[in-house]
Design a protein around this ligand. Structure first.
Ligand SMILES: [Zn+2]
Ligand SMILES: [Zn+2]
Length: 236
């Protein structure tokens, strides 16, 4: 095991389990914070990309997302749900993964998907972190894996504080699909959070180039970008 992975494992053992919302001990999420989570499903959400949307049909954020059949998520990227995503990823707090995967599993399994892939990290990023959070969620959720997998071709750097347009430009052609052809298969992509959609759209392109018939994207949280400020940098 590499030193960074050892540190990550040690952190899992040393730090007591605490609620991501309020810090209460012995639980990854207490009942009160759990009740405050905002679902990314049902009324008030876009029927295509699951972002917050009070209008009819689809919202303007996902206009022209032809690579995808749709985006689904469990929660809006706010409050304790946002804290869970951040603690898993940036604090490498892997003890949160079973809870998050649990909440994701049933809804993801209900989608018309034959096999699942995780959004890949660049090798360098995965070495730094010790694990890939999307891969961890996929494995823990027990969803059937696709016969092929995605690979990140280049290190695109952090997307934090880039605008949606900058993210799309940075990620263009950043993924490849390895393994047998996906001819006729319906593939699902798992990520921890979907924000501008640039990452999952590029992943979907690589999967469709490999023959996938239909591609869905599914995340633990959906960050609904502010429709009034489409060109502003995104701070997560
Ligand atoms: Zn709490
Ligand atoms: Zn939408």
């Amino acid at each position: 095991m590499r030193p960074r992975q050892l540190i990550a494992r040690a952190a899992d053992l040393l730090f007591p389990l605490r609620c991501a919302g309020c810090g209460a001990f012995d639980t990854p999420l207490c009942a009160r914070c759990g009740a405050d989570l905002v679902p990314a499903t049902g009324p008030g959400r876009c029927g295509f990309c699951s972002a917050a949307w009070d209008g009819e049909g689809f919202c303007p954020r996902c206009f022209g997302w032809r690579e995808l059949a749709g985006v689904r998520a469990v929660y809006e990227h706010t409050g304790a749900a946002r804290a869970l995503v951040h603690r898993l990823k940036y604090e490498r707090y892997r003890a949160l993964a079973p809870l998050m995967a649990n909440r994701l599993a049933a809804a993801a399994a209900a989608l018309p998907v034959d096999g699942w892939v995780a959004v890949p990290l660049h090798r360098r990023r995965e070495r730094e972190r010790g694990f890939n959070q999307a891969e961890l969620l996929l494995r823990r959720a027990g969803l059937p894996p696709a016969p092929a997998r995605l690979r990140r071709l280049r290190h695109t750097g952090s997307q934090v504080r880039r605008t949606a347009a900058e993210r799309a430009a940075a990620l263009a052609g950043a993924f490849a699909c390895d393994g047998p052809p996906l001819d006729g298969l319906r593939i699902g992509i798992i990520d921890d959070v979907i924000t501008s959609g640039a990452t999952v759209r590029e992943c979907a392109r690589a999967l469709r180039d490999r023959g996938a018939r239909e591609v869905w994207a599914f995340s633990f949280t959906r960050a609904s970008l502010d429709l009034a400020r489409p060109d502003s940098p995104i701070d997560h």
